[in-house]
Structure formats: structure tokens, C-alpha cells
Write a protein that binds this ligand. Sequence first.
Ligand code: FNR
Length: 385
Amino acid sequence: AVLRRMLSLHDFEDAARRRLPRPIFGYIAGAAEDNASLRDNRAAFGDFAFVTRVLRDVSQRSQSVELFGERYSSPFGIAPMGINALSTYRGDLVLARAARRMGIASVMSGTSLIPMEDVARDSPGTWFQAYLPGDQARIEALIERVERAGFRTLVVTVDIPISANRENNIRTGFSTPLRLSLRLAWDGLVRPRWVAGTFLRTLLRHGMPHFENSFATRGAPIVSSTVLRDFSARDHLSWRHIEAIRRRWKGPLVVKGLLSVEDALQAQHAGADGVVLSNHGGRQLDGAVSPMRVLEDVVAAVGPSYPVLVDGGFRRGSDVLKAIALGARLVLVGRPFNYAAAVAGEAGVLHAITLLRDEVDRNLAMLGATGCSELGPQHIARQRS
Ligand code: FNR
């Protein structure tokens, strides 16, 4: 019933705010410092406007795209997000399943609380996102585990050399390790559905959640500090590590979290099969440029046949199609799918995907195109918003 009131991806945010304890909602919604990048990720779309074409017989339309030898039913997929299993019961399985049912791409996070093997088995075709541990031996052990689990596409996220300043997490009481505080207990009391449906259900069936995938070995419970130590030992990583992974990983390899033309060329040179332009949803360097603002230059540099993916602030079919017109191959969407899972589990995510898909379909028609490959920079005018 609640889904009937979810008319756009925006609507899931308020609904999720009402359902999730404040620290957890804040962790998902929040960004770094002053939220400048978070806001600009949305504002950037205003600088691009559509130039439509008319009377072009758009009765036969398809929004499907091909990437890394797979066909996806829509030009958007689900971005990797850590700790999804605190949003809804077994959250990573929920998101991957919904994506698979709808035929869209989905990336599971390396900082998830569900073992990667469970997701790979349950939803083959899911991509795996890795944060690299700090030393070569553990990187190799991790890659081996990802391969053995059966993943084909590996995304390596490179925009966390160190943890960002996420003051909002401190303000709302979210931390890793998670502190089981009075505030969380109070928040739970007033949100019994989350406590019973997500938290207690998880605790009773699986025990205290663990970070299952971040690093080579099955890791620490979310209430221990091991993961933090791991995160702080990665600031020396370099392109040499990507080159080493390239030699080792046979499937498609994607580098996520870059913004500069030079880095995109560097990734291409290192043998990556594609890149994700991203400022991590505004969660790392506050003030980092919005991927939409660098997209065209990056595409021009790496060439039209090199897959450039993009994420950050995509909420509408029109946002997605602006990126596609500027040369992106696929768009990733983060927070809204997390909220959708929190609001109504798999049904919520299916509904969110359907809403965005319908928007893309309508907008394609109004643009005068029957498929994504017909879109190009000629469909975009730059404007000052
Ligand atoms: C993220 N993001 C992220 N990225 C990644 O590579 N690994 C991760 O584990 C996470 N974790 C994560 C958790 C949460 C709660 C959020 C909101 C985001 C970043 C994510 O993949 C993506 O880049 C942004 O979320 C895209 O922006 P939007 O769509 O959320 O605005």
C-alpha cells in the first residue's frame, strides 16, 4: 500500500527516514563536511537541457544497453553500498535479487554484512566491488575469493585512500564500530518495525552482523574496530596495484571513483575495462566536482568505445538520459534503492526500478529516440541554471 504513494525515486527518502533509526538513515543520506558535492551532484543536471527531436516514429523503443558482453534491460544499475543489511533484512540479497529479476546491473559492496558467496549464488551476474586491503598478499587472497565465489565483473573503488570527515555520522550517532547506544535503543523503540523486521531478525538468525567481505578473510563484527584498522592502512596504494590485479583477474575490471581525464587515461592504460566517474555520492572529498561536469571531457579522451560509467545524484530518467547523451555507457544509482529496500524490501526495489525505467522510456520517446545509442551531444544544450 505504501508503494502506491511512491511516485518517484525522491519519495522513498522521506518514507525511509520514517522507518530507519536516525543513525542509520543519517549514514545513508549523509555525505562529507558541508555536503557541497552532494548538493552539486543534483544541481549539475540543471546545467544541461534537452534538445528534443520530433516526428521520428518512436513506436518501437528499447532502453536496453550492452556492456562487457551482457545485455542489460535499462541504462542504469544499482551502485555498491556498504551495510545494506542494516536497512532491510539481508539487504544485499534483496537488492541483487531485484536487479536480477529486472535484468539490470547491480554491484554488491565490499563492506557489506552478507558473505559475497551468498549473493553470488543467489543472484549470479551481480558485480563485486572491492576495497583493496593494504598489502599485496591480502589483495591476492581477496581476488581469489571473489573469483572462487563466481563473480565475473570486479569493481575496484579507489577514492578512499583514507576515511573522509563525515561529521554527520557523529552528529546522528552512527559509527563503525557501531555503538549500541541509548540513542539507538530509543530510536528502535519508536521504530519497532525496523527492530523486529531487520535488527532482531538478523540477530536471532545470524548473530551479530559481521563485515564479511571487506578484506581477505571473513572479518569482524560491526561492533569491533578491526575494519577501521584495515581502512587506515591503504593510503599507499597506487596504479601498480591495479596493474597487478589486471594481470590476475580474467573478467571485466572496472575502476570506480575517479574524476580526472588523466586518471581515466591511467585506468585505461593499466588495462581496466572501464571506469566509474564518481565522487562517492559526495561522501569523500567535499567539493569534489560532480561527475556530470567532467563526463564529456573524459569520454572525449578515452574514446567512444571505452565504457565510462557515472554515478552521483541520479534520481530521474531525465538525469540518466543526460548522462547517456553525453557519452556514459551506464549510470549507477545509490541511495534511492537503499531507501526503497528499507521501505518495502524487494517489492520496494522492484517498484523503484520500474519507476525509473518508465521515466527513461517516456523520455526517450519525447526526445525522439528509440534507443540509448541514438542519443548524443546533439540532444544536449548547456545552460546556466
Ligand atoms: C556508498 N558508496 C559506496 N561505494 C563503493 O564503492 N563501496 C561502498 O561500499 C559504498 N558504500 C556506500 C554506502 C552508502 C550508504 C552510500 C549512500 C554510498 C558510494 C556509491 O557506490 C555511489 O558512488 C553513490 O552512492 C552514488 O550517489 P547517489 O546515487 O547515492 O547519489
